[in-house]
Design a protein around this ligand. Sequence first.
Ligand SMILES: Cc1cc2nc3c(=O)[nH]c(=O)nc-3n(C[C@H](O)[C@H](O)[C@H](O)COP(=O)(O)OP(=O)(O)OC[C@H]3O[C@@H](n4cnc5c(N)ncnc54)[C@H](O)[C@@H]3O)c2cc1C
Length: 260
Amino acid sequence: MLSPSLGPRLVSVVGRQEVSPDSVRLRFAAPEAASAAQPGQFLHLRCGTSLDPLLRRPFSVHAVDPVVGTVSILFRVVGAGTAWLARRHPGDVVDLWGPLGRGFVLHPGDGWLVAGGVGVAPLLFLAARLREQGAAPQLLWGARRRQELAAVADFEHLGIPVELATDDGSEGHHGPVTDLLAEVLSGRRAPVYACGPRPMLRRVGELTRQAAVTAQVSLEERMACGVGACQGCACPRRGGGYALVCHDGPVFPAEEVELG
Ligand SMILES: Cc1cc2nc3c(=O)[nH]c(=O)nc-3n(C[C@H](O)[C@H](O)[C@H](O)COP(=O)(O)OP(=O)(O)OC[C@H]3O[C@@H](n4cnc5c(N)ncnc54)[C@H](O)[C@@H]3O)c2cc1C
């Protein structure tokens, strides 16, 4: 049962940063959300002042500061809702619900974090939590081109080694980030935490199965209600039945869901 203090409420924007040409980080004053959030959970935001767009939009919790009482998201502008959100500035008010969903289970061991594009958003919060527990995670991050990798300094600031890959070869390995995962898993077997596009997650599932390594994937399925009522984000479970990404996830053990 969601605590009433985590239900829909108006929060103020207290920070805004253009991280790359098409992505923005917003920080909200939301002390209850900052205290309650677990890595991998999401915030459901109304992205307009009228009924357009009608449905809330989900965004992973990117960073929290429970002392100051702030919670951040990092998002790419892809449509009307994210364009509206990108125009918010400090002092503006946003309707925020959450944190919602089930996040990552933190396993013993250092951990490989694998991100595709803006799928890096939940992994900064996860990296911070793993560091607090004494683990030494490393990030493998792939994107289409180097301009999309601007948030890399946030991980370096936490002391997290980062290996990069780009589709166009403009930074790091020229090719998919899963090439890097294949290479590192042959040397150091550690739990894998991944977020990114479906083809990347599918390959993460294959590689971790072959290496007999635990893997969790965060699915960024399109969703509507966000709390398991509308069944709009159903995803087939391996072995039969369906999981609701908003309610049962968005994070799942890789072997539990069909990633194909
Ligand atoms: C649990 C969860 C966490 C998410 N976290 C983040 C995050 O941290 N940062 C971030 O940038 N995005 C995240 N997303 C995706 C984000 O919710 C969508 O980009 C956003 O809803 C798009 O809204 P819009 O109105 O701008 O675009 P729309 O007008 O709704 O769509 C614009 C285009 O984007 C496509 N699209 C929209 N949503 C998705 C989706 N979920 N998957 C694939 N294609 C989509 C549409 O098909 C369309 O082509 C997350 C999604 C989920 C389910």
